[in-house]
Design a protein around this ligand. Structure first.
Ligand code: ARG
Ligand code: ZN
Length: 889
């Protein structure tokens, strides 16, 4: 979408240019400017002559005038770095077509026409990994959001739904397997070692869901019988040699198919479901109809090479992409502003799936950690946007934690307010009403409203307002009544100075201090700026447990003594609330520590102990609690990240926060050394298994090792090295290596060399080798990163490898926020070097630098300087330009 044809003819949902914009002036697309397409494409037949160097594409479109369109004769076919070899209308070479920037415009006078267009694309030089590209000699596609226009000219917008027929033809030895969406309807041999296949997808879909794969692949196959008794063949396709690492992905797929039938009543709708793993991929995975394409890291797993976290991530991403078949494909998005319609909802669905497959409490804690670590900073920075954005320059920049994770939280709140059963009525109605359509977020909210009976009038503000609401809560006790007052404020964000109060559902329980129990949880909804809530039947001042299960994605400020938090950390029956109490204690202590400065005895300038002992007491309770599952124990022992701690301060000193966090870790490690030793010993005795108890043991093993190494580095090194050598699985090997990576000991080099040798040739494990070193708090971590960049295994052109080294560095407070500014320079340089290769991946590194306004002035200056250096480049992608401009703005 770029410059429109002529000022007189507003075209579809593109920008109308009154005059040619000055060079570099960004084209801003606005949600409010949406116009229905003037032309529809009920059918498309694509024919590919495949080659890695060059692929020839012939596209035949049936176009019809949209009765709901604006009546324009102009058919806009989007293109991106392609040019038409042949343009025919109704079988004859067309004369009246013209280019408008990258787009091809055709003037049509009838109601229905046949358009034929030929293009030539070069997969091997496609380093952006959008459109048709080559990965290890295999051909594959990524079309969401606007990649289809890099293959052929088409109205590349999600509200144009077509039935696809695809013919693929190529060298049989090079491309023995030919896959596309839907079902394979015919195949055959050609001359000179060539062969072909014909695919047909009966379900109309937008172009972003088109996919094609051609290469040497092998499948792990299973059969699934749907709720109505249909047989589905399920395949996970990988490169030969990887097939023994596919079982978990395949099992996860089958589990997801079954779960979606039970939890949401959704049945699969084709006879075939294919997943293909690709090692060069910008994102996690893609839900192309019947042909999901995955980053290898979310497919390949076996105990020797994948951690427990890797297994969990595979289950959740396989689920996510499968669930899109309904929330995304059967009901798709009208325009890209509605992205959260499919992504927020599908993330919620994958979260609920993972919770059902494993531990609900652990899953919730992990999801909230992701939200706070990634989305909260986004919401408080220069790139803040509502879950349904109002404008964009490059849509790829809006595949964000806000759209995905906050989007999921917003829908989860509706579910919390409605209750599970009524919520299901709402989603049933949504699917029934909008099946086969390109829908909006408003359509979703209305269906939930109608299906549940909730009034979501004001709740819609969650779709339009950016920023994490701050909720302040205080409680007083009178007679036998506890009175809770709550105040909310939604902070200003770019372009949104004034905000309205939003409905905030809070799950609340009041604990009796003596019995350590409560008389039932209550859901209160704070829907004004300020409100009070009364709880009767409290003879004694109770302990307040609020936002249980993280019922609302808000930042809470609760007036509560440390002792109450220690109580909740030990006794709350909601495991999330228990975690939350621990986190609050730790955050409180660390913020006090950096604000007041602690001396070596742990006292601040005013002689206060700053809450450190409360943290120790809570940790002790967690270590001693025999009734606690190890998986949860492991979670409870994880310290909040510097990124989340920084969120608590208007202007943060990440150096000081990191130091305070390390000091607390060392102090706890030393104070509780015996308990951590005992935990490490006990957990180490548990044999390998994929059951919850064994996984919990491994998590505790990892956490206790971290504290032991912090409290006594020599013992930590000894134990870590022994664990490394004894490890019979990647979780143990990785957690030991993580600890060794941060220590300046000879065992570090030995273990790293062994790890590399042992896993040489396994790209995903070598990624870990890079990322563990770049993410470590070793005193010379920046030197290590520079050396790793010169390593023979390093390349910027593979996104997984580039992220393994540099995203780990950007997220590592010790490396990134080094006072010298070297970390910033390193990330700035990567943006500049990666942008010409892969702008989408390059743009993902910008937000780290964009945080400068919330960082102390010396570092802020250095961060800003890096952004300015990027901005000064003569040619920048739209992706990076948008992120940098907004970050400087
Ligand atoms: N829809 C994919 C998902 O499941 C993400 C694809 C985004 N790809 C991109 N190039 N922006 O979340
Ligand atoms: Zn998705």
């Amino acid at each position: 979408m770029d410059i429109a044809s002529s000022p007189a003819e507003p075209e579809e949902n593109t920008q109308v240019a009154d005059a040619a914009p000055p060079p570099h002036a960004p084209q801003v697309i606005h949600r409010e400017d949406y116009l229905a397409p003037a032309w529809l494409v009920p059918e498309i037949a694509l024919s590919f002559r495949l080659g890695v160097e060059e692929t020839h594409v012939c596209s035949k479109l049936t176009v019809t005038r949209n009765p709901d369109g604006n009546g324009s004769d102009v058919l806009r076919l989007n293109g991106d770095q392609i040019s038409p070899l042949v343009v025919k209308v109704d079988g004859r070479a067309a004369r009246d077509w013209r280019m408008d920037g990258p787009d091809l415009l055709l003037e049509l006078d009838g109601e229905r026409h046949a358009i034929e267009i030929e293009t030539l694309v070069q997969p091997v030089t496609n380093t952006q990994l959008m459109g048709l590209y080559a990965s290890n000699g295999m051909l594959c596609t990524q079309c969401e959001a606007e990649g289809f226009r890099r293959i052929t000219f088409f109205p590349d917008r999600p509200d144009v739904l077509s039935t696809y027929s695809v013919r693929m033809e190529g060298n049989k030895a090079r491309f023995p397997i030919l896959l596309s969406n839907g079902n394979c309807t015919a195949r055959g041999e050609g001359a000179e070692g060539r062969h072909w296949a014909h695919w047909h997808d009966p379900w109309p879909k937008p172009s972003y869901l088109f996919a094609l794969v051609a290469g040497n692949l092998v499948a792990n196959t299973a059969r699934f019988t749907t709720m109505s008794g249909r047989q589905v063949e399920c395949n996970v396709w990988v490169r030969p040699g990887d097939e023994n690492r596919t079982q978990h992905a395949l099992d996860s797929l089958i589990a997801a198919m079954k779960w979606d039938e039970e939890a949401f009543g959704r049945e699969y709708d084709l006879d075939l479901f294919n997943i293909v793993a690709v090692s060069d991929f910008n994102m996690g995975a893609m839900e192309n109809k019947g042909l999901n394409i995955f980053n290898t890291r979310y497919v390949l797993a076996e105990p020797d090479t994948a951690t427990d976290a890797d297994y969990d991530a595979i289950e959740s991403v396989v689920g996510h992409e499968y669930f899109h078949n309904w929330s995304g494909n059967r009901v798709t998005c009208r325009d890209w502003f509605q992205l959260s319609l499919k992504e927020g909802f599908t993330v919620l669905r994958d979260q609920l799936f993972s919770a059902d497959m494993g531990s609900e409490a652990v899953k919730r804690i992990e999801d909230v950690r992701i939200l706070r670590g990634g989305q909260f900073p986004e919401d408080s920075g220069p790139l803040a946007h509502p879950i349904r954005p109002d404008s964009y320059q490059e849509i790829s920049n809006f595949y964000t934690s806000t759209v995905y994770n906050k989007g999921a939280e917003v829908i989860r709140m509706m579910r919390t307010m409605a209750g599970e059963e009524r919520f299901r009525k709402g989603t049933d109605l949504y699917f029934e009403r909008h099946d086969g359509e390109a829908a909006t977020c408003e359509d979703f909210v209305r269906a939930i409203e109608d299906g549940t009976g909730l009034d979501l009038g004001r709740f819609r503000l969650w779709y339009s307002q950016a920023g994490t609401p701050r909720v302040a809560i205080a409680m007083r006790h009178e007679g036998d009544t506890a009175i809770l007052t709550a105040d909310q404020a939604v902070p200003a964000t770019p372009g949104q100075a004034i905000k309205q109060p939003m409905p905030i559902p809070l799950r609340v329980a009041l604990f009796d201090r003596e019995t350590a129990s409560h008389s039932g949880e209550r859901l209160i909804v704070l829907d004004k700026a300020s409100d009070t809530f009364r709880f009767e039947g409290c003879p004694r001042p109770p302990v307040l447990s609020v936002n249980r299960g993280f019922s609302a994605p808000v930042a809470l400020e609760v007036e509560r003594p440390d002792a109450d938090l220690v109580f909740l950390a030990a006794h709350d029956d909601d495991p999330f609330a228990r975690y939350e109490a621990m986190q609050s204690l730790i955050v409180r202590h660390l913020i006090r520590a950096v604000s007041a400065g602690l001396d070596e005895t742990g006292l601040d300038k005013t002689g206060r102990e700053a809450g450190r002992d409360a943290v120790r007491q809570a940790c002790e309770a967690v270590l001693a609690d025999e009734a606690l599952e190890d998986l949860i124990r492991g979670e409870l022992l994880i310290l909040p990240t510097v990124a989340y701690l920084s969120e608590q301060l208007l202007v943060a000193d990440p150096g000081a926060l990191h130091q305070a966090r390390e000091a607390l870790k060392a102090w706890l490690g030393a104070e509780l050394l015996d308990s951590f030793r005992a935990l490490h010993d006990r957990a180490s005795a548990v044999p390998f298994g994929r059951d919850a108890a064994a996984r919990g043991a491994r998590k505790c093993k990892a956490q206790s090792l971290v504290y032991i190494a912090a409290g006594d580095p020599a013992e930590g090194a000894r134990r870590a090295f022994a664990q490394y050598r004894a490890a019979d699985n990647m979780s143990d090997r990785q957690s030991a290596l993580t600890v060794l990576c941060g220590l300046d000991v000879p065992e570090r080099e030995e273990a790293l060399a062994d790890f590399h040798k042992r896993h040489e040739g396994n790209a995903l494990v070598i990624d870990k080798w890079f990322s563990l070193q770049a993410g470590s708090f070793h005193p010379r971590v920046l030197d290590h990163i520079r050396t790793l960049a010169q390593h023979g295994d390093f390349t910027l052109s593979n996104p997984n490898r580039a992220r393994a080294l540099y995203m780990s560095a950007a997220l590592n407070p010790k490396a990134f926020h080094d006072a010298s500014g070297e970390g910033y320079a390193m990330i700035g340089e990567i943006v500049r070097r990666l942008d010409p290769i892969n702008p989408q991946t390059a743009a993902r590194f910008v937000p780290a630098l964009g945080r400068w306004r919330r960082i102390e002035p010396d570092r802020a200056r250095l961060m800003r300087a890096e952004l300015e250096e990027i901005a000064a480049l003569p040619t920048l992608s739209r992706d990076v330009r948008e992120q940098v401009t907004k970050s400087l703005g």
